[in-house]
Structures are given as structure tokens and as C-alpha cells.
Design a protein around this ligand. Structure first.
Ligand SMILES: [Zn+2]
Length: 182
């Protein structure tokens, strides 16, 4: 995965130089990436490792160059919601949940939620207390297929969707918020 493991000492000087040539400073303060981008809009920079060219997320490189290595499992999120932005002042560390919650609060996921809501009607619904249990099991690292079996699903798909934050979106947010405030 492109997200994992790049450290400051693995970024060659020439790549750092390339990084600083690849963005334009906008009036709104964003440093907009001009290099390669992928479907969801994040910028990428390629680094050769053992003769293999690997793609790394430009905003993660921006973070590392300015603040140092990213702790394992942490995401680099944008305060400006501009995925192409590599201004370190617009970047903060978060978990995938923070990133998702942030997007949800800002309304970006409402359309997805509506779409999924329609799809949900045709599948078995979990009660809130079942969902609490599913989330606890996921947090403990129990496999998705095992959880799926426990709740009578034929495949791990529905649990995988919950784990990715694509199902029961509002309810999961409620449950997570409650457990965080303890
Ligand atoms: Zn920005």
C-alpha cells in the first residue's frame, strides 16, 4: 500500500527537490499539487526503491518533510479539504475514523449515505446493540468473516463495509462518539 511506511531517511535529496517544484501556492493558502494525481485527487510522487518505482502520496511526503515520520496507522488529513494540497500547515495527523468523521461532518459523505441507505433496505439490518458488538469485535481484531458468521451473514461483505465506514454510517458515528466521551 502506498500509505505505509515511508520514512524521512528514505526520501532521496533529488525527490525532495522534485517535491518543491511540483506545486503552486494559491491565494487561499493551499499548495496545489501539479504532478501526478489519482482518482480521488491526492497527489503522488514516485520514488525508486531497489530499482522499483513506487508511488507515494504527496501530502504524506509534505508532512514527513516538515514534521518528521508518521506514526504507524496514522493518516494525514487536510484541514482545507483539498486533497491536492501539500501545504504542511493544512495537514494534521488522524486515524481513518477521524478522517471519515471529518468528511461526514462537512457533509461530503451525505450522498454516499443516501445511496447506501437504499441498498441497505434489501439486506438484514443489525440492531444498535448488535452494531456495538460488531464494532467492539472489529476493534479487538476479530476477523471480519468470523464476525459475519456470528451475526448470520453468508459473507463478510456487510462487516467489511462497516469496517470501512460505508454502512450504518450515522449509527456508527453515534456509537463512536459516545465511547469517546467516556
Ligand atoms: Zn490546503
Amino acid at each position: 500500500m502506498v500509505k505505509k511506511g515511508l520514512r524521512l531517511d528514505q526520501i532521496p535529496e533529488r525527490v525532495i527537490a522534485r517535491f518543491y517544484e511540483r506545486f503552486t501556492k494559491s491565494d487561499d493558502g493551499c499548495w496545489t499539487w501539479n504532478g501526478t494525481t489519482k482518482s480521488i485527487g491526492y497527489g503522488y510522487l514516485h520514488i525508486k526503491e531497489n530499482r522499483v518505482l513506487k508511488a507515494f502520496l504527496a501530502h504524506r511526503i509534505a508532512y514527513i518533510l516538515n514534521y518528521g515520520d508518521i506514526p504507524d496507522g496514522q493518516w494525514v488529513c487536510h484541514t482545507c479539504d483539498n486533497p491536492k494540497c501539500v501545504n504542511p500547515e493544512h495537514l494534521f495527523l488522524g486515524t481513518p475514523y477521524d478522517n471519515w468523521k471529518d468528511a461526514f461532518d462537512k457533509g461530503h459523505l451525505q450522498a454516499t449515505y443516501k445511496k447506501l441507505g437504499d441498498a441497505n433496505r434489501s439486506t438484514r439490518r443489525l440492531t444498535k446493540s448488535q452494531l456495538v458488538e460488531v464494532l467492539e469485535l472489529l476493534d479487538k481484531g476479530v476477523s471480519q468473516s468470523e464476525i459475519a458468521r456470528k451475526f448470520g451473514y453468508l459473507s463478510s461483505g456487510p462487516i467489511a463495509m462497516i469496517a470501512r465506514g460505508e454502512n450504518y454510517i450515522q449509527l456508527v458515528a453515534e456509537i463512536r462518539n459516545k465511547s469517546q466521551s467516556f
